[in-house]
Ligand binder design. Structure first.
Ligand code: ADP
Length: 338
């Protein structure tokens, strides 16, 4: 609503598997579900955003005020290909496609170099903003948790390599959650999970060991041995489980940390292990986590931080970005200038 009242002079899009992210020349930003791309088009149409971005930059630099027409929007993500025709047809505007990995990296570099108080570490509910020394920014590992997960080793301004990834990402959590609980949105699913008890569905070490710990390898009786494992042996149907317990089980995963009885989300447990192994493989001390899946959630960030600290014995540090979901859109935005 706020955005509707504001004047937009320049914008770029990142149309991903789940969400459309938009960055505009304003203090505000917004996101739409990709399945509602028509809302995004309607919004852009209502704003009559038909200005040419090169003209905008020319005018901006020369102090002449804004130009008149957009001929294209910079856009990244698979949707820049998938919906190009739709934008042409409905708005008469082309999508200027920018490579997704290029945009993620240039968006992250832009934030880390230009924006004050952007990067922070998170531990025990506390944010600690970190001033990054620009001469000591590279190399770092960028882990973007969106619908799927990409891991990119960044060595310089335009020097990077996608070193790994996993298809078990935010889309997996949301997709399974929608199927199993009838939740309609990500926020409903998270909210529901807070009310549930995963032990009703997950098979714990104590379920197998007659209530005992498996202390020899440091597993307490309440450690999850098999996610959703109780559903194998109990003769129950899906309807016999409470949706909140299913949501909680989707969120929980035994992090295999001896000293911390840490439950980690199924999604980022896998992403975390791969991220950590890649940080180890390339000797990287800093891991930045991005993607809308994180979205500033305390539980998510705390788990990631504790796990990275534990696995690396304090050598590596997990870091987060204030604008974590907008790396791609920002990269597309700045691609106009580049
Ligand atoms: P993509 O570019 O692939 O769309 P994003 O970085 O936008 O990826 O992250 C999408 C993921 O973020 C979803 O799969 C979901 O797990 C999570 N998410 C967080 N907030 C929302 C929301 N409001 N609606 C849908 N998904 C959300």
């Amino acid at each position: 609503k706020n955005l509707n009242d504001e004047e937009i002079s320049h914008l770029a899009l990142d149309i991903g598997g789940t969400l459309v992210k938009m960055v505009c020349f304003l203090t505000n930003s917004n996101s739409f579900e990709t399945s509602r791309i028509s809302d995004c088009i309607e919004f852009l149409s209502s704003k009559k955003l038909q200005r040419c971005c090169t003209l905008f930059f020319f005018c901006f630099l020369s102090g002449l005020g804004l130009g008149k027409y957009w001929s294209s929007y910079p856009a990244t993500g698979g949707g820049a290909f998938k919906f190009a025709e739709l934008f042409k047809e409905k708005l008469g505007i082309a999508l200027d496609k920018a490579d997704e990995m290029d945009c993620l990296v240039s968006g992250a570099n832009f934030l880390l170099k230009v924006v004050q108080c952007e990067a922070f570490a998170y531990m025990d509910g506390k944010k600690e903003y970190i001033q990054i020394d620009q001469n000591d920014l590279y190399p770092y590992l960028l882990v973007n948790i969106g619908s799927g997960v990409s891991m990119i080793k960044v060595d310089g301004e335009d020097k990077f390599q996608r070193v790994s990834g996993t298809s078990v990402g935010g889309g997996t959590f949301l997709g399974l959650g929608k199927l199993l609980t009838n939740c309609k949105s990500f926020d409903d699913l998270l909210e529901l999970s807070h009310q549930g008890n995963n032990r009703v569905i997950d098979m714990l070490v104590g379920d197998i060991y007659d209530g005992l710990d498996y202390s020899k390898i440091g597993l307490t009786s309440n450690t999850i041995a098999s996610s959703f494992g109780k559903a194998i042996t109990e003769h129950k149907e899906l309807e016999d489980y409470k949706p909140e317990d299913i949501a909680r089980s989707l969120l929980s995963h035994q992090g295999n940390l001896k000293t911390n009885n840490l439950s980690t989300n199924q999604v980022f447990c896998k992403a975390l292990v791969i991220a950590y192994l890649n940080a180890l493989r390339f000797g990287l001390k800093r891991i930045f986590f991005g993607g809308v899946f994180i979205r500033g959630h305390a539980y998510t960030m705390n788990t990631i931080s504790v796990a990275v600290d534990f696995w690396s014995k304090g050598e590596a540090k997990a870091m987060f970005l204030r604008h974590e979901g907008f790396l791609g859109a920002l990269g597309a935005f700045t691609s106009c200038e580049r």
